[in-house]
Design a protein around this ligand. Structure first.
Ligand SMILES: *[C@@H]1O[C@H](CO)[C@@H](O)[C@H](O)[C@H]1NC(C)=O
Ligand SMILES: *[C@@H]1O[C@H](CO)[C@@H](O)[C@H](O)[C@H]1NC(C)=O
Ligand SMILES: *[C@@H]1O[C@H](CO)[C@@H](O)[C@H](O)[C@H]1NC(C)=O
Ligand SMILES: *[C@@H]1O[C@H](CO)[C@@H](O)[C@H](O)[C@H]1NC(C)=O
Ligand SMILES: *[C@@H]1O[C@H](CO)[C@@H](O)[C@H](O)[C@H]1NC(C)=O
Ligand SMILES: *[C@@H]1O[C@H](CO)[C@@H](O)[C@H](O)[C@H]1NC(C)=O
Ligand SMILES: *[C@@H]1O[C@H](CO)[C@@H](O)[C@H](O)[C@H]1NC(C)=O
Ligand SMILES: *[C@@H]1O[C@H](CO)[C@@H](O)[C@H](O)[C@H]1NC(C)=O
Ligand SMILES: *[C@@H]1O[C@H](CO)[C@@H](O)[C@H](O)[C@H]1NC(C)=O
Length: 303
């Protein structure tokens, strides 16, 4: 009897949770509309009236400028507000666009922190917020966006370290975080990004032992030599204008058969150029100038 009662109780509790959880988790196109209106409400400058009249409840959200919906789910699929001279902070309510696949806010004047709620949008394949005025760090939660293929964060004021979790982005093909204020080592986990084709880290303050043996002795740093193991899709690598130092490991170029464009210019690398460079049979352009390398050259291999 007690058993039956407790089972019933358990059933009622789980039913309650089912209904309650469903109510809080259920989002629909109406949620998307209110999320976008919340986003609009934090835009402080829209000089070309891109959104001011267009984003209104008198028309369907899927007809709003920059918004496209996915017919199957009837939800917002992409938000593209590229180059509209918009200024303001990004509303955390964007995190309610749970079917968002493409977010393109590049070339505006968005500022403040990039809402952490956006890292909940697990369907995202493209994030481009380059050329804005975002500040703050890149959170570990970035690594949860396992579908990401394109991530452009360049030309903002992001600072702090690149999180280890970046290595979880195994679908990522293009990663650009150039022209920011990032510092610390380039995480070794980056070599787990096995789909990566384009890696742009230039014009930051990446430093120390990210690559090579550094100055602190081999022992301490030998576990952290950056090696692009398994990154057989990598075509373009820009490391220029950072504070990277040390020697390039002999094996550095062993497994980069697609490498076409490689720029280390303006760092503090020393030693000689590994002979494994001979394995990069696709190389078109290499620039190692302004380092402390024994052979310092910039080469344009004409094919
Ligand atoms: C969305 O869900 C809310 C309740 O959560 C409901 O009131 C509204 O009518 C729904 N909108 C559509 C378009 O289904
Ligand atoms: C909003 O802009 C889109 C795209 O330019 C246009 O098709 C639509 O008619 C506009 N809607 C309103 C209400 O102005
Ligand atoms: C962002 O939108 C612009 C304009 O539509 C487009 O040219 C650019 O390629 C888009 N960026 C990405 C990463 O898709
Ligand atoms: C951005 O928009 C301005 C006008 O609004 C235009 O003059 C400029 O060419 C655009 N730039 C790009 C890269 O689309
Ligand atoms: C949307 O997100 C905000 C902030 O993350 C939250 O407070 C709000 O309750 C959400 N709204 C809906 C309708 O889900
Ligand atoms: C970054 O911050 C510096 C000063 O803190 C400022 O001068 C610069 O304009 C900012 N750059 C961007 C792209 O916001
Ligand atoms: C790559 O991922 C695997 C599996 O998650 C993990 O065991 C390994 O340590 C990672 N490699 C690096 C260099 O982070
Ligand atoms: C290369 O990748 C494969 C699968 O993607 C993995 O099993 C292997 O451990 C990786 N090797 C290295 C050296 O990271
Ligand atoms: C090319 O890579 C292989 C391993 O993948 C290595 O054994 C060989 O020494 C490399 N060639 C050169 C010229 O370094």
């Amino acid at each position: 009897m007690v058993n039956v009662l407790s089972r019933l109780l358990l059933f009622l509790i789980s039913l309650h949770c089912f209904v309650a959880c469903l109510a809080t988790n259920t989002k629909n196109i109406t949620t998307d509309q209110s999320s976008l209106l919340a986003f609009k409400s934090l835009i402080t400058s829209d000089p070309y009236d891109m959104l001011s009249n267009n984003w209104s409840t008198s028309s369907h959200v899927c007809t709003w400028v920059g918004v496209t919906c996915d017919e199957r789910h009837n939800r917002v699929h992409s938000l593209n507000l590229h180059n509209m001279s918009l200024r303001g902070i990004v509303s955390p309510n964007l995190g309610n666009l749970s079917f968002l696949v493409i977010l393109n806010l590049s070339s505006n004047s968005f500022n403040g922190q990039f809402s952490k709620e956006i890292y909940w949008l697990h369907r995202l394949k493209v994030i481009s917020i380059a050329y804005n005025e975002f500040v703050g760090g890149i959170p570990e939660a970035l690594g949860d966006l396992s579908q990401l293929q394109i991530l452009y964060l360049g030309a903002n004021n992001f600072s702090g370290f690149l999180p280890q979790s970046i290595g979880n982005l195994r679908q990522l093909k293009r990663f650009d975080i150039s022209r920011n204020m990032l510092s610390g080592p380039i995480p070794q986990t980056i070599s787990n990004m096995s789909s990566l084709e384009y890696l742009a880290l230039q014009l930051n303050y990446f430093s120390g032992n990210g690559c090579g043996y550094g100055h602190l002795g081999d022992k301490q740093l030998s576990g952290e030599i950056l090696l692009f193991n398994n990154m057989t899709s990598l075509r373009v690598v820009y490391f220029e204008a950072n504070n990277l130092n040390g020697r390039l490991p002999n094996e550095f170029f062993n497994q980069l058969p697609q490498l076409e464009d490689f720029t280390l210019r303006n760092n503090q690398f020393e030693g000689s150029i590994p002979r494994s460079i001979g394995n990069c049979t696709s190389l078109i352009y290499i620039n190692l100038a302004s380092n402390f390398l024994t052979e310092s050259y910039s080469l344009n291999i004409l094919k």
